[in-house]
Design a protein around this ligand. Structure first.
Ligand code: 0OX
Length: 326
């Protein structure tokens, strides 16, 4: 194939792989078969290896992982990635609601989200292109894991608008991928991971992105940390905007008018965890209005406008081999 033909073919393949990837991994609604997708990816990688100077930064071939890194660079978070205060029962939630109502001076509505049990990460996009991915670290300083996050198929390399934005979310390993990975580790005589959170963290902290690329990691974005020239009046607006940009958000999020509806939502999810394809360790409740959030501000380590309702640890299924004792 000559260079002109290669350039044209690469352009077509990139376009298609990005569109197919979005439908398959972000919308969970494939429009081509896995084998067709894989065949196209292999053709892209083959042509790029024949014409290396035609490889672009945001080519879908980054999904299969590039060269290993010597170490992770440090990243300073301009906006600290804070931790969440906890609630363990209905009274804790009502106390939270009272503190919030007093602080704001009027009743507020809430946004409730499943609390994904994974690894908190920050994603930065400049003019709509993915430029930096980092772990939470200690909240102020994290690690640059951009190369590994590029292998997470549900993280778009380009947004649907050319915006400068920083978003945050939870990278996680679906339960099925976790079971398969641990089976392979046992067969190889290696130590299995204790839970999907450790497996996701372990996968994203590998210096070789080819390992992360094979771990079927996924992500749900749950907050807009920074955005230029745009005002998002509520958290619900922020979730909708991220979804419009092509970012993956969790569809179980719900706007609750008051704390009674929040308690109903929390109770509704306690017994439905086993039916989810990913692990959650609770529910995150956020004051929906951004203005009210600003009024409430932060304590030294947590926002006053959000709280995590923690579920009891999911009982561990005792396996026949007795490997995991509950
Ligand atoms: N693990 C989660 O699913 C999760 C964690 N954190 C947050 O919110 C942070 C950011 C703004 C207030 C606390 N939301 C979530 N859904």
């Amino acid at each position: 194939m000559n260079r002109i033909k290669a350039e044209e073919k690469l352009g077509q393949l990139r376009e298609k792989l990005e569109e197919y990837g979005y439908h398959y991994y972000v919308l969970d609604n494939p429009i081509v078969s896995d084998s067709d997708y894989d065949k196209m990816m292999q053709e892209l990688v083959r042509i790029e290896s024949e014409f290396p100077d035609l490889v672009t930064e945001d080519s879908p071939s980054v999904r299969v992982g590039g060269a290993p890194l010597p170490h992770f660079e440090k990243v300073e978070h301009e906006i600290p990635m804070l931790s969440l205060g906890n609630a363990f029962n209905e009274q804790d939630l009502r106390d939270f609601d009272r503190r919030v109502t007093e602080g704001v001076g009027e009743p507020v509505s809430y946004a409730c989200e499943l609390k994904i049990d994974g690894l908190a990460v920050s994603l930065k996009y400049e003019k709509g292109r993915f430029v930096l991915g980092a772990t939470r670290g200690d909240g102020t300083t994290g690690e640059n894991i951009t190369q590994n996050l590029k292998t997470v198929r549900s993280i778009p390399m380009r947004l649907k608008e050319e915006v400068d934005i920083e978003v945050r979310g939870e990278a996680f390993m679906p339960k099925q991928s976790f079971e398969k990975l641990n089976e392979a580790k046992r067969e190889a005589g290696e130590e299995p991971f204790a839970n999907p959170r450790n497996a996701a963290a372990g996968s994203l902290r590998q210096l070789d992105p080819k390992i992360a690329a094979k771990r079927n990691l996924d992500i749900f974005l749950y907050s807009v940390a920074q955005i230029k020239e745009k005002v998002l009046p509520s958290h619900t607006d922020a979730l909708e905007y991220m979804s419009k940009l092509g970012l993956k958000t969790n569809k179980e999020a719900k706007h609750c008018k008051n704390i009674d509806e929040v308690i109903e939502y929390v109770e509704g999810w306690l017994d439905r965890r086993p039916h989810l394809s990913y692990e959650i360790d609770g529910i995150v409740i956020k004051v929906d209005s951004l203005e009210a959030q600003k009024k409430l501000g932060f304590t030294a380590k947590s926002p006053r406008w959000a709280i995590a309702f923690k579920f009891p640890a999911e009982e561990v299924v005792t396996t026949l081999e007795g490997i995991e004792l509950s």
